[in-house]
Write a protein that binds this ligand. Structure first.
Ligand SMILES: NC(=O)c1ccc[n+]([C@@H]2O[C@H](COP(=O)([O-])OP(=O)(O)OC[C@H]3O[C@@H](n4cnc5c(N)ncnc54)[C@H](O)[C@@H]3O)[C@@H](O)[C@H]2O)c1
Length: 251
């Protein structure tokens, strides 16, 4: 599958890693539909890249199904689904104010894990109807994990659990969808310079960058976009999680 022939939906496409993915795909000639709950930014990015935008809450069944229907109508097919919508929270299991709230834990799992599965399952159902290429391929799903799935830090119980879920479902989804010619991959990014990170003080950013062995800097969202593009085009990659982190191991 080559990017110029790809019709992709990108969740979280209004910002950060999703936006960079949408920009890279569009630059390479792919059709792109952004799904994001941020209406203003989503519409702006879609306009800039010549793509489409549907305001979507990935956790909501009806909202995601409606967005996929619009994407199909606008692009004629969906051959790639990149899930980047997500949130990050920091909260200890027991903190100064008592036990971790259950609501923020559930919300983090709902957006990062359930939201990714919700969009993936609906997109896969449509991809299964695509004509296959000579290799039998009909589509590819790329979910966004995090290195926190493997080396989560203090305060990351909810976030790391949500990303561990992404890692855990990668292989069974790849197996489930193999007979339909749909691959399932995940990218586990290290620390990337997205709006989430740019809000931190300069010295904190420098400290984070200094912990990355090589190259000693934060990841560029464009590098995530290129990795997603590589996965689309590399048809033998399936059922695997790729760390993209400059060898960072969080302590
Ligand atoms: N930035 C990093 O260093 C980093 C590292 C590891 C993993 N990640 C993961 O990458 C993904 C993207 O992160 P980012 O840094 O680009 O964040 P970001 O905040 O820049 O972008 C996230 C986007 O998701 C959207 N979103 C949130 N909840 C949504 C919902 N319910 N429905 C639809 N859209 C929703 C937001 O509106 C936003 O546009 C997240 O899953 C994050 O956990 C990021």
């Amino acid at each position: 599958m080559q990017l110029p022939d790809t019709a992709a939906i990108v969740t979280g496409g209004a910002s950060g890693l999703g936006e960079a993915t949408a920009r890279h795909f569009a630059t390479q000639g792919a059709q792109v539909t952004l799904l994001d709950r941020d209406g203003e930014r989503g519409a702006r990015v879609a306009d800039e890249i010549g793509g489409h935008f549907v305001q979507t809450d990935v956790t909501d069944e009806g909202s995601a199904a409606g967005a996929i229907a619009v994407a199909l109508e606008r692009m004629g097919k969906i051959t790639a689904c990149v899930n980047c919508a997500g949130i990050a929270i920091g909260m200890k299991t027991v903190g100064k104010d008592g036990p971790h709230g259950l609501e923020p834990f559930q919300q983090t799992l709902d957006i990062n894990l359930v939201g990714s599965f919700n969009v993936s399952r609906l997109a896969a159902s449509e991809m299964a109807r695509n004509d296959s290429d000579p290799d039998g391929a009909r589509g590819v799903i790329i979910n966004t994990a995090s290195i926190a799935a493997f080396d989560g830090q203090k305060g990351q119980a909810a976030y790391a659990a949500s990303k561990g879920g992404i890692v855990g479902m990668t292989l069974p989804m790849a197996r489930d969808l193999a007979s339909s010619g749909i691959r399932v991959m995940a990218i586990a990014p290290g620390i990337f310079m997205t709006p989430m990170l740019a809000g931190l003080p300069e010295e904190v950013q420098q400290q984070l960058a200094a912990d990355v062995p090589n190259p000693p800097r934060l990841g560029d969202p464009a590098e995530f976009g290129r990795m997603a593009g590589f996965i689309v085009e590399m048809g033998y990659l399936n059922g695997e999680v790729i760390r993209l982190d400059g060898a960072l191991r969080m302590r």
